[in-house]
Design a protein around this ligand. Structure first.
Ligand code: AMP
Length: 460
């Protein structure tokens, strides 16, 4: 997964993009980058491994001249975590520089890449996103929006894109609208961000989402819809509401906080826990859902797990041993809250079961008498091919075991997952028009021919 941010028409473009990326750090922590374009349409780039605060040096940022810029935070599988895969991608094409920042995964990138390589294209990364840059370079169309529209014909899968072509800024979403992309204004400048929290940090006003299949152009003439791709049925990612986006954001036009509270309330109705003493969340992603559960059930909401904010994500550690140790480094239990209590532990999802199992053991060791696990999404039974880093089916606990078996493995007294329908009915503008493939197996596109290659080479 990734975060993207862009601005056109602001004298401090690079600094603004950097601020936006700070707010989108949760969408990608492996690498980050900023590209600006100056008055002569020359591109200036900084890309680095690690967090925005570590990699994007203030001194270097000062060298990024220009009033137009885009940036990217990247999060993918460990194998492809190299600087060559940091974005934005920059190249030189007819008419000047091109830079591209991509959130999502293309499902036919391998085939498109093969075609391009067969006709002589030389790739400088393993990212699917680079395919789009090559296709822009080959387009004979005149206007930037036409070049992008042509490049995107036949590209399948998920993409929210920010593209600089000369000093034109383009923003596009795939026709199914998998990933969010919000447009806003800051005085006379136009800004885009994966989530509205990135607009808030720079003081911009959110205007609307870029629509699925829409290409928005921002150039000297102003801002307008430049092209529309062939319409398809909408498949917005429901996991954005469940886990990925920040609760202070609005995505797909809806509030993430409201969505998560409703998921929690619904969970409390589907899986009440009579006789429990308190509810707590696995911080931070399930805080709002746990609040919803507490509101609906009338149980007190407690802070029973404390998260160390200086430790990165446990989920993407390459080995099981490293993941186990990281759980203890990342969380600790509050004995005074848990001792002798029958507790409800709310998490937003169970993927491999690794974190949860470690946490349950920790909560019991801190004195909890009964542990009732409640999950504010349906069981994850399949990998995502559209931009979320879910592991293969073999590693997904719910793809291989029944709920009672999972409960036994986790060491909980009871386990309740929100139903698929309950989940889809709880999110804003649900239940229709969402992708739930990782929960239901209902994939809107043909799966990629080589999913492993996709994982190794994905844009985010
Ligand atoms: P696990 O215990 O291995 O099943 O991991 C579940 C935890 O990972 C939950 O606390 C989720 O909030 C979190 N999680 C779910 N999906 C992802 C993801 N794609 N990347 C990182 N963390 C995730």
């Amino acid at each position: 997964m990734c975060g993207i941010f862009g601005v056109r028409g602001h004298p401090a473009a690079a600094e603004l993009v950097q601020l936006g990326l700070y707010s989108l750090q949760h969408r990608g922590q492996e690498s980050s980058g900023i590209v600006t374009v100056d008055d002569t349409s020359r591109a200036h780039a900084v890309r680095a491994m690690g967090l925005v605060s570590e990699g994007l040096d203030v001194g270097e940022l000062r060298g990024l001249a220009g009033s137009t810029g885009i940036g990217h935070t990247r999060y993918s599988t460990a194998g492809s975590s190299v600087l060559a895969n940091a974005q934005p991608v920059v190249a030189s094409v007819r008419g000047g520089a091109v830079a591209l920042a991509h959130n999502g995964n293309l499902t036919n990138a391998a085939e498109l890449r093969q075609e391009l390589e067969d006709s002589g294209a030389i790739f400088s990364s393993t990212m699917d996103s680079e395919v789009i840059v090559h296709r822009i370079a080959r387009s004979r169309a005149e206007r930037p929006e036409e070049r992008l529209a042509e490049a995107l014909q036949g590209v399948e899968g998920a993409y929210s894109l920010l593209v600089l072509l000369g000093d034109t800024l383009l923003a596009a979403r795939d026709p199914r609208g998998w990933r969010p992309l919000v447009m806003g204004t800051l005085g006379d400048s136009v800004v885009f961000g994966s989530e509205s929290c990135a607009l808030d940090i720079v003081g911009a006003q959110a205007v609307r989402e870029v629509e699925p299949g829409e290409i928005v152009v921002v150039d000297r003439e102003g801002v307008r819809t430049g092209a529309r791709l062939t319409a398809k049925e909408q498949h917005r990612c429901v996991f954005e509401y469940v886990y990925f986006a920040r609760p202070d954001s609005r995505v797909f036009g809806g509030s993430v906080d409201r969505a998560r509270r409703e998921l929690g309330r619904r969970l409390a109705r589907e899986h009440p826990t009579p006789g429990a003493d308190l509810v707590f969340s696995v911080p931070d992603s399930s805080n709002s859902a746990a609040l919803g559960y507490a509101e609906e059930s009338g149980l007190p909401y407690e802070l029973a797990l404390i998260r160390n904010h200086y430790v990165g994500r446990t989920f993407i550690q390459p080995t099981q041993g490293a993941r186990d140790a990281k759980v203890r480094v990342k969380y600790n239990a509050v004995r005074e809250v848990l001792q002798g209590k029958r507790v409800v532990m709310v998490d937003d999802s169970i993927v491999r079961g690794t974190t949860t199992r470690g946490l349950v053991a920790m909560v019991r060791a801190a004195g909890a008498k009964e542990v009732h696990m409640r999950v504010s999404s349906a069981p994850v039974t399949g990998p995502c091919y559209y931009g979320i880093d879910t592991p293969t089916r073999e590693e997904l606990i719910a793809a291989n075991y029944t709920t009672p078996e999972i409960a036994a493995h986790l060491g909980v007294d009871t386990l309740g997952y929100l139903s698929l329908d309950g989940m889809l009915e709880s999110v804003p503008d649900g239940p229709h028009g969402f992708c739930h493939a990782c929960f239901s197996g209902d994939y809107p596109t043909a799966p990629p021919t080589d999913p492993e290659k996709l994982r190794a080479g994905c844009g985010c």
